[in-house]
Design a protein around this ligand. Sequence first.
Ligand SMILES: CC(C)(COP(=O)(O)OP(=O)(O)OC[C@H]1O[C@@H](n2cnc3c(N)ncnc32)[C@H](O)[C@@H]1OP(=O)(O)O)[C@@H](O)C(=O)NCCC(=O)NCCS
Length: 161
Amino acid sequence: MMRWLSEWWRGGTAAVEPASARDAARLAQLHGASFARGWGEGEFESMISEPNTLVHRLRLGRKTIGFAVSRMGADEAEILSIAIDADERGRGLSRDLLLTHLGHLAGKGVRTVFLEVEENNAPARRLYERAGFAVVGRRERYYRQASGEQLNALLMRRDLS
Ligand SMILES: CC(C)(COP(=O)(O)OP(=O)(O)OC[C@H]1O[C@@H](n2cnc3c(N)ncnc32)[C@H](O)[C@@H]1OP(=O)(O)O)[C@@H](O)C(=O)NCCC(=O)NCCS
């Protein structure tokens, strides 16, 4: 398909950009729709303004449809959260978001990145594996569902160079 036509079909050009204070409400909305324990607008405002957290938004045309958040300490970082609007999942947009986010972490001197992922979260595990993360640990019954079900967490790591 011609590039302009495929972009129009997808809803515009996708761009990964640093989040600003004005994004806090939308990011809290996206987070709340993706995770059982949502983060409020105030939590996003703090993370966006603090120097040790890095927040990117994923924009498609004029809509913000995703985000990635990390916390940095010395030369390590932890990805705290990454999510895409449910309507926009499954189109490969998360890869660009994650790789750009990792590039910015590297630019800030981060050499090792960790994250935790629920063992049965296939799209997230696939995303991380394809982006070069490897499983380095497993925590039994780490996440508790509202139903009382307990799920295992995997700890993943990737070195940046
Ligand atoms: C995790 C998330 C950001 C991935 O975004 P996405 O748009 O669904 O990702 P993609 O379309 O790029 O798919 C990622 C990979 O998973 C695969 N995948 C998607 N759904 C899948 C499924 N149900 N089972 C197995 N693999 C799946 C895709 O094929 C793709 O692999 P590929 O690159 O080899 O083709 C998104 O699903 C999301 O927001 N989930 C809710 C929040 C969340 O769980 N975040 C992670 C917390 S650790």
